[in-house]
Design a protein around this ligand. Structure first.
Ligand SMILES: Nc1ncnc2c1ncn2[C@@H]1O[C@H](COP(=O)(O)OP(=O)(O)OP(=O)(O)O)[C@@H](O)[C@H]1O
Length: 241
């Protein structure tokens, strides 16, 4: 059986003459928490959109959940969950309505959706808020809800694009407990973040600079390679030259 959830070979995206993602080659193991780091504009979102089947690459190769990013984009979309930076819950719908809406889009049938919805509310202890508008929830709760919805259809891979922006460290830590739980169940987690404490929580991280992957290893190995004590210092050495 294929050991990789994601495999790329010189994957490239050009916008006109500008190369946003420049021949990136890497693999992500099944069940791994893989951190995808880089400064603003390094090309992370572009790469992630190609891997999610949302943007056609210019050249190179990649498979996600065993499906080809050029020819099997619909299959990829059915196999993954995706949580964007501005997680796309509808503020003017209730918690339950959001769960039903996205569960429906992800293809859950009526009973499966009802069961998944109840389980989700119970797990997040949001039963009291089931009929509240999402706009009334604190940011941290919205993020947890958004993540739970992104995996409601049991995808094999979930893509998280800066999922914890703007919340306090305790809420971020709770969010990461949810990520670990998903990974323990075998879900592969592909996550971009600007928080270097979160990079330490990943099994392996890659660091992108100007469209290229400049380093890829475990946080421990990267720190020893650069003779520094934190991922923050690794990042500064690489991303800031
Ligand atoms: N549709 C587009 N047309 C032209 N240039 C684009 C397009 N999308 C992205 N870019 C450019 O590609 C580069 C990489 O952008 P991308 O959004 O992938 O970076 P990023 O690493 O995700 O940054 P951030 O951390 O700010 O989200 C940037 O210079 C951006 O301006």
């Amino acid at each position: 059986m294929e050991a990789y959830a994601i495999k790329t070979d010189k994957l490239t995206k050009k916008f006109g003459d500008f190369t946003a993602t420049d021949a990136i080659t890497f693999e992500v193991y099944k069940g791994e928490i893989f951190g995808f780091l880089g400064a603003n504009g390094a090309g992370k979102t572009t790469a992630m959109r190609m891997l999610c089947g949302l943007l056609k690459p210019t050249s190179g190769k990649a498979t996600v959940a065993g499906y080809d990013v050029f020819s099997q984009q619909e299959k990829i979309k059915q196999s993954i969950g995706y949580m964007s930076q501005r997680f796309s819950l509808y503020e003017d719908l209730t918690v339950t309505e959001n769960i039903r809406f996205y569960g429906g889009i992800y293809g859950l049938k009526r009973q499966a959706l009802k069961d998944a919805s109840e389980a989700l509310l119970q797990k997040l202890e949001l039963q009291q808020e089931a009929k509240s508008l999402v706009s009334a929830l604190p940011l941290g709760w919205k993020q947890k809800l958004s993540f739970s919805i992104a995996i409601i259809h049991n995808p094999s891979i979930v893509f998280l694009d800066e999922p914890t922006g703007g919340v306090d460290p305790i809420t971020r830590r709770q969010f990461w407990d949810m990520i670990y739980e998903a990974a323990d169940r075998g879900v592969t987690v592909f996550v971009t973040t600007h928080y270097m404490d979160e990079a330490e929580y990943c099994n392996r991280v890659s660091i992108m600079v100007d469209g290229k992957i400049e380093a890829l290893d475990t946080p421990g190995n990267l720190k020893s390679r650069f003779s520094v004590n934190s991922m923050n210092d690794v990042f500064l050495k690489l991303a800031r030259g």
